[in-house]
Design a protein around this ligand. Sequence first.
Ligand SMILES: Cc1cc2nc3c(=O)[nH]c(=O)nc-3n(C[C@H](O)[C@H](O)[C@H](O)COP(=O)(O)OP(=O)(O)OC[C@H]3O[C@@H](n4cnc5c(N)ncnc54)[C@H](O)[C@@H]3O)c2cc1C
Length: 455
Amino acid sequence: MKYDVIIIGAGPGGIFSAYELVNKNPQLKVAVFEAGHALEKRHCPIDGVKIKSCVKCKSCSIMSGFGGAGAFSDGKYNITNDFGGTLYEYIGKRQALELMQYVDEINMEYGGKGTKLYTTAGSGIKTDCIRHDLHLLNASVRHLGTDINYIVLENIYNLLKDKVSFFFDTAVDTVDILDEGYQINTADGSHSCDKLIISVGRSGSKWMEKVCKELNIPTKSNRVDIGVRVELPASVFAHLTDELYESKIVYRTEKYGDRVRTFCMNPKGAVVTENTNGIITVNGHSYEDPAKQTENTNFALLVAKHFSEPFKDSNGYGESIARLSNMLGGGVIVQRFGDLIRGRRSTPGRIEESFLTPTLQATPGDLSLVLPKRILDGIIEMIYALDKIAPGTANEDTLLYGVEVKFYNMEVEVDEKLESRYKGLYIIGDGSGITHSLSHASASGVHVARNILGE
Ligand SMILES: Cc1cc2nc3c(=O)[nH]c(=O)nc-3n(C[C@H](O)[C@H](O)[C@H](O)COP(=O)(O)OP(=O)(O)OC[C@H]3O[C@@H](n4cnc5c(N)ncnc54)[C@H](O)[C@@H]3O)c2cc1C
């Protein structure tokens, strides 16, 4: 079977490409190949009772399957060029924002109606931040929540399933360049197409690197963000989260001049583990449904590291730090801020006695044995800075989970159409190293689809 378009990866990038293609031209023969499961078969076995930590499934249901890494995410669609990727560098700021707004309209049409759109515009919090040398980035944030996000995905899948051929549990092994078009090879056989869209996200980072090497597509090293996930009583951050839901705040440390930033804020949410290529790191999410909410808020504090010469492997550096925490803690380590400051490890007893109940069962330990001093010093400085706008952040019982690592894919060389040096071969979403978020990845999918449609 020869398809007009094959899409590799059914994350937001791949889904929005498929949506735009068949919605605008129902005659097109489109196939999507996805290494993970169909949406209804995606289940992480961690139930907090029988299975408390990652059992390293062959296909991680948090990262892979219909919906991609976004399926069980908090569903925060940040409509901004200030963070979440550098798509605007390729397609221009106005167009990038328009595409993100278009994605938002589709999400509203397929189940998101009634969810809240938060904005930093005109917020007094910005002034409060700047008075303490903290910098609030501009954004509008659509918060779908994990539950509504799932419903939107379910509705979009139901729309697409009769118009697009989906191949789940089918990882693409290699890509061949034909005289006309492309061939993808899987364990179950090969398929060809005129145009190929690769949208393999972070979980496909190693595969993407391999394909770029084989096809001689230039790449350049990207950064890695390393830090911790902070968990505290929801009331400490309520004045920020009630107004903005998510506040992206950047702080430049006095000691080293490094930038530390808040990332992925989950009011009344839960801390979760994440498995990227067998390495266990920490993340977080929250539900729109009040019945599923917790009494805690969590967010990450991250420091960006970028290596170029002679050591280029920024991701390898992040992986080594995550491996160290996996070695010491068997997975994620949790430490009370008070214990960290006193230079002692947290123990199960100290965690038990604290006033804050962790939402993730992690191994009590000592993050100073894992994180490089410079990164840890930056995080501690930022916690004290945040304490000025949200008193209680630097409390003894504030929990730090480590490590949180944001891996960024190698940035793949593509043009303004997101087309590689091969005509008709597009590389989009987080897999391209250009986007790092739901909204940017989805927007890149629409952009490429419109290009294929000749719009
Ligand atoms: C727990 C969690 C919470 C998050 N919360 C947010 C949030 O609130 N807001 C936000 O903006 N971002 C969030 N993110 C990040 C967001 O999910 C990603 O930026 C987004 O999903 C990227 O979309 P994508 O389509 O580029 O890639 P992905 O969503 O990663 O999808 C890529 C797909 O490709 C498949 N694949 C990989 N290799 C192959 C192969 N060789 N053959 C076939 N298929 C393959 C994978 O299985 C995967 O399903 C979160 C991520 C996680 C893990």
